[in-house]
Design a protein around this ligand. Structure first.
Ligand code: CDP
Length: 231
């Protein structure tokens, strides 16, 4: 038993399953650092949209993207509102959550060069343990030896409903149908891409939270964390 050392917790799963909420809650509960790997893919997507590397028609200028990758720096900072994503020195936390970015992110995340760069950054961030990271490939590719791996799922309709309410609250003009279509399309691209497709690691614990309350989910997670710490 080694309860002194800090473990790595990998939380993967489908879009809008509440992975980030789970991961943030666990990190703050146990005093670990939380890293949102999706925010990094979103930041690269925002960079590409702003610079016209990816057009609104989804056409991608791969040569420019790969050429400009080394000059895309992503960092995280904290303030009273929580974690902020910093793209080349600018706080882009709000902008990367917008529908425009969600609609293009899976295309950017399928580019092997993007993945290689971001996976290297993610490994460097989690080097010493004491981290909860959420994403799509954390338990399979980024930290295949993580002590605790969770895979989160829930029905597309439940996920679209949650995301729709979030976006409306932020003042975005979207329809439920658009959000559902985006959830389904992102699942499809994430699951079928060649490089690190979204899949449950064999040793990941599965949780379907379609009908779980936040408290039930948190207590399930904390129990799994304590078990991982003891083993
Ligand atoms: O919060 P949500 O589930 O909508 O997505 P996210 O975690 O912000 O991730 C946005 C997108 O980034 C996903 O749809 C994936 O295409 C990509 N992603 C990835 O490929 N690998 C990761 N480790 C994290 C995100």
């Amino acid at each position: 038993m080694n309860t002194d050392s800090k473990i790595i917790v990998a939380i993967d799963g489908y879009s809008s399953t509440g992975k980030s909420t789970m991961a943030k809650w666990l990190a703050s509960e146990v005093g670990y650092r939380y890293i949102d790997s999706g925010a990094m893919y979103r930041a690269v997507t925002l960079y590409a949209l702003r610079g016209g590397i990816i057009g609104k028609d989804k056409a991608l200028d791969m040569i420019r993207l790969v050429k400009e990758l080394p000059s895309i720096n992503i960092d995280f900072r904290r303030d009273d509102s929580g974690q902020l994503t910093i793209l080349n020195g600018e706080n882009v936390e709000r902008e990367i959550r917008m529908m425009e970015v969600s609609s293009h992110v899976s295309i950017i995340a399928a580019v092997p060069e993007v993945r290689h760069r971001l996976v290297a950054m993610q490994r460097a961030l989690g080097d010493e343990g004491g981290i909860v990271m959420d994403g799509r490939d954390i338990g399979t590719t980024v930290f295949p030896a993580a002590s605790l791996k969770i895979f989160v799922t829930s029905s597309p309709e439940v996920r679209a409903d949650r995301r729709y309410k979030e976006l409306i609250e932020k003042g975005e003009k979207v329809t439920y149908e658009d959000v559902l279509a985006n959830v389904i399309e992102r699942d499809r691209i994430d699951e079928t891409r060649k490089e690190s497709p979204l899949r449950k690691a064999d040793d990941a614990l599965l949780i379907d939270n379609s009908f779980m309350t936040r408290d039930e989910q948190n207590s399930w997670l904390l129990t799994r964390f304590n078990e991982a710490l003891q083993s």
